[in-house]
Ligand binder design. Sequence first.
Ligand SMILES: Cc1ncc(COP(=O)(O)O)c(C=O)c1O
Length: 356
Amino acid sequence: MIATLDFHITRTKNSKLAGTDFNKLPFGRVFSDHMLVVEYEDNEWKTPQILPYGKLEIAPSMLAIHYGQSIFEGMKAHRKEDGEIVMFRPELNFQRMNASAVRMCMPTIPEEIFFGGMSKLLQIEADWVPQTSGSSMYLRPVMYASDEVVGMHPSTGYRFVVMCCPSGPYYEKSLRMKVETDYVRAASGGIGAAKTAGNYAASLYPAKLAQDQGFDQIIWTDSQHRKFIEESGTMNLMFKINGKIVTPDVHDTILNGVTRRTLLHLAKHWGYEVEERPLSIDELKTVLENGTMEEFFGVGTAAVIAQMEAIGFNDKVFELKPLEENGFALKAKKYLQDLCKGKIADEFGWLYSVMK
Ligand SMILES: Cc1ncc(COP(=O)(O)O)c(C=O)c1O
């Protein structure tokens, strides 16, 4: 464990900042000038380095690319109207990253490396944090097995990297969702609750088939019965049914989303009845048919709230009404935008200050 955090800092000689168009920041495709890199060797984390963003050498035998011992997170930093840079609930990403590390037989990341490293990186990249409303700095921490050996066992060496993507407002196209009953994302006892590479790889082929059928994304169902709604590719799912906020309960096949937790907190605070429980395909069809499904939306760090245009079952596609401005989902979205811009008080202590 590193008590006081030293850094080795190498600054870029070729900043890309002046040449970056902040009005054109496609999500996840523009990277700032620097990244954080921390190696784990001989059972300990080494001195964190801040390096120019760029390629890292890997050997063809590197364990992560063969056996998928790799985990990541996704979180955002925002610039408030008064200039302060804040991260949104990073302690939840920290806890989830370390829970993923335990499940994937990887070392946990000490608090001071996670928070200290990311804060230092953001301080150096401060000019890259977008100003405009709806824009933010997406942070992508990743940890992967770095041993160079062909053999199926946990690595002894790891690399923790954090990169920064200044990102414009997420494209808000409404999504056509397919309820998937042939393929599964995760089975009980597996790795579905960890944010690890394999879960995403498993979803690529069914997602491609769904796209070929005119859908944008998948609604996963449970592996045992193919009957209960789980989540989507990179979002948890939330419904307003008969005035109540309903979402599948989290268990070991669902990622416990930060946005999901945040919205459930807001819903309770605003007096909605909240139900975290199994939600079957049959119930979903019934509430769609009898008109008691008032809102359906995806929740995740990238989009915050994703609007849905349609839900397709094997035998039927339901077209949906757009979300209403004064409904729960868009009210929550506005609340979070205003909070991260510093327009309203941080009543629940969700903002973590990085730089005033
Ligand atoms: C599979 C999956 N479910 C849900 C989410 C939403 O989680 P969060 O709100 O923490 O971004 C994500 C995104 O991280 C995800 O990849």
